[in-house]
Design a protein around this ligand. Sequence first.
Ligand code: GSH
Length: 215
Amino acid sequence: MRVLHHLEQSRSFRILWALEELELDYELKFYKRLPSFAAPKSLKEIHPLGKAPILVDDDQVIAESAVILDYLQETYDTALEFQPLNTTSKQQYRYWMHYAEGSLMPLLVMHLVMDKVSAQVPFLIKPIAKKMTKGVQSQFVGPRLKDHIDYIEGYLAQHEYFSGRFSFADIQMSFPLEAIQSRLGHDYPAIQSYLDRLAHRPAFFRAKAKEQTLK
Ligand SMILES: N[C@@H](CCC(=O)N[C@@H](CS)C(=O)NCC(=O)O)C(=O)O
C-alpha cells in the first residue's frame, strides 16, 4: 500500500507529480494548513517532524522530497525514463537535487518569513519590525536571492532541462521556481518558458487536477 501524505500548497506536490509520471497506484491523504500556515499536528503521527511530503510505501516511511524522488525513481522507474543516463547529467542531477533544498529554499523561506513578520507583530512595534525586516531583506536576503535567480535564469537560457533530458531533478527544482515566479513576480523569461514546458506534461496536468479535487 502506497500513501502520499500531502499538505496543501506545499512541496508534496512534487511527489504527487512524480507518482503520476510513473503511473503508480497510490492513496492521497490530504492535510489542510492551520491558520498560522503550519502543518496540522496529525502529520507528526506519520513522521516525528510532521513536514510534508511523507511517502509511506508498505513498511517504509520516507521523508524529504529529494529522498522520496530518488526512492521512487530507483524503485519504480524500470524503463529508465526519468533518470540521467550519462556521467555529466548524473552529476547535474545530483547537484540540482541538493541545490533546491540546500541553497535555494532557505533563502526563499527567509524571504517569506521576513514578509510575514511585520504583519504579525503587535501594532505598537509594527514600525520597528517593518524597519528591521526591510533592512534584512535589502541587505541580506534580497541580493543573495537575486544572485541565485540570475544564475538559474542563465542556466535555463542554455539548457532545456536541469540534467540533460527531463528528470526528477526538474520536479525538485520546479517548486522553488514556481514560488519565485508567483511571489517575486520578476521578469525571468527563461525560467518562465521552462515552467511552461513542464506544465505541458500530461502527468503534471493530472497531478494539478487531482490536487484541485482535494480542496
Ligand atoms: N526539505 C524538506 C522540507 C519539508 C517542509 O518544510 N515542508 C513544508 C511544506 S512545503 C511543511 O511541511 N511545512 C509545515 C510546517 O513547517 O509546519 C523537503 O524537501 O521535503
